[in-house]
Design a protein around this ligand. Structure first.
Ligand code: GDP
Length: 195
């Protein structure tokens, strides 16, 4: 079993310029309710860590965590929440796009997709946007435990296809049932050059 990721909350930022200096960074994006907070908590084996990002006023911010000595992990605000006002949506896009395209130290974007319901139109748009900008990204499918075992092979093929990927390119996880978390932690360490 791999050690939990040592994530320590650093700061919340409204834009790229406010983020702390770093050597290497991994970002996580996904629509609201995809399971992002649960996954961040599970990677760190903590119950409360990503709640920091859910406190009122912080949901629309870039929440930055230290990982290891000199690397960082940024939890980006969830997109596509129906109750979000138009004004919030309009400020979200430039912030997140400015961050993702402007952060030189960004090594990988983890693009979360709900494994139970598959990629939404917004998820596909996000992947197209990441590809258009040549940003390194990995699709992480959440809630593996919610897919019946008899359906899994088919679902994995379909989800990958809709993301324009091969099934082996998608990292499947369950924060609830501890599936794929060791592998994802190892990948994060690899992306960040942490030993
Ligand atoms: P966020 O809005 O992306 O931060 O999503 P949350 O982490 O708050 O999760 C949204 C909902 O999905 C919550 O009801 C979680 O309990 C549930 N959820 C998240 N991860 C899993 C998982 O691995 N398995 C199951 N069964 N439910 C999950």
């Amino acid at each position: 079993m791999s050690a939990p990721l040592d994530l320590r909350f650093l700061t919340s930022a409204t834009r790229l310029a406010q983020l702390p200096e770093t050597r290497a960074e991994v970002a996580v994006v996904g629509r609201s309710n995809v399971g992002k907070s649960s996954l961040v908590n599970a990677l760190a084996r903590r119950k409360d860590l990503a709640h920091t990002s859910k406190t009122p006023g912080r949901t629309q911010l870039l929440n930055c965590f230290a990982v290891g000595e000199d690397a960082t992990f940024v939890d980006c605000p969830g997109y596509g929440y129906a109750a979000t006002s138009k004004a919030v949506r309009q400020s979200w896009q430039p912030m997140i796009e400015g961050y993702l395209t402007g952060r030189e130290e960004l090594r990988m974007v983890m693009a979360l997709v709900d494994g139970e319901i598959g990629p939404t139109k917004l998820d596909v748009q996000m992947l197209e946007w990441l590809r258009h900008h040549g940003l390194p990204h990995t699709v992480v499918a959440t809630k593996h435990d919610k897919v019946k075992s008899s359906q899994r092979q088919k679902r994995k093929r379909e989800l990958a296809e809709r993301c324009d990927l091969e099934p082996g390119d998608v990292v499947w996880v369950s924060a609830a049932k501890n599936v794929g978390l060791d592998r994802l932690r190892d990948l994060v360490r690899l992306w960040l050059d942490l030993t």
